[in-house]
Design a protein around this ligand. Structure first.
Ligand SMILES: [Fe+2]
Length: 160
């Protein structure tokens, strides 16, 4: 990596790896959720996550680079932590509350990654690519807000 272009490409590959890992992890989280709104939120975000991955592939195609070849170790760690938690929770309400906590860590990580990627795309003059990345960023914010509302409405209360 010797310039902003190289750094941008690295970020895109990192995000692609993160989204790919999340496509595999979200079905497990949806399965473990017992609250139906939480289950729906995970299933809906799985569909969005597949779109995010696809969008990154389109972007990489436009830039004539391969989306693969990097492993996002941060997402790997976040997913490992979520899996560890899922093995330990032995009550439905605690499981749901903890799943939200784990999922929000993931969303915040993605929000930070896409925020950076949007800025780099703009700085490099790729306005169409910046818009695509912004669309994903907006969806990550929405997913995070939905989880906030679920946590506030009742799930944390039930876990008491
Ligand atoms: Fe995503």
């Amino acid at each position: 990596m010797k310039d902003l272009k190289g750094l941008f490409e690295h970020q895109l590959k990192d995000l692609h790896s993160a989204e790919s890992q999340l496509v595999n992890a979200l079905p497990k989280m949806a399965k473990k959720a017992s609250n139906s709104q939480l289950k729906d939120a995970f299933e809906n975000h799985l569909k969005e996550t597949k779109d995010h991955k696809q969008r990154l592939e389109e972007i990489c195609n436009e830039l004539d680079i391969k989306p693969t070849g990097e492993k996002c170790k941060a997402m790997e760690g976040l997913i490992k932590e979520a899996e560890g938690f899922m093995d330990e929770a032995d009550n439905d309400d605690v499981m749901d509350a903890g799943l939200i906590a784990e999922a929000q860590r993931v969303e915040h990580y993605e929000i930070s990654g896409y925020g950076t990627a949007v800025r780099y795309a703009k700085e490099l003059g790729h306005s169409d690519i910046a818009s695509k990345l912004q669309k994903t960023l907006d969806e990550e914010y929405n997913a995070d807000n939905k989880l906030d509302i679920l946590a506030e409405n009742r799930l944390n209360e039930n876990a008491k």
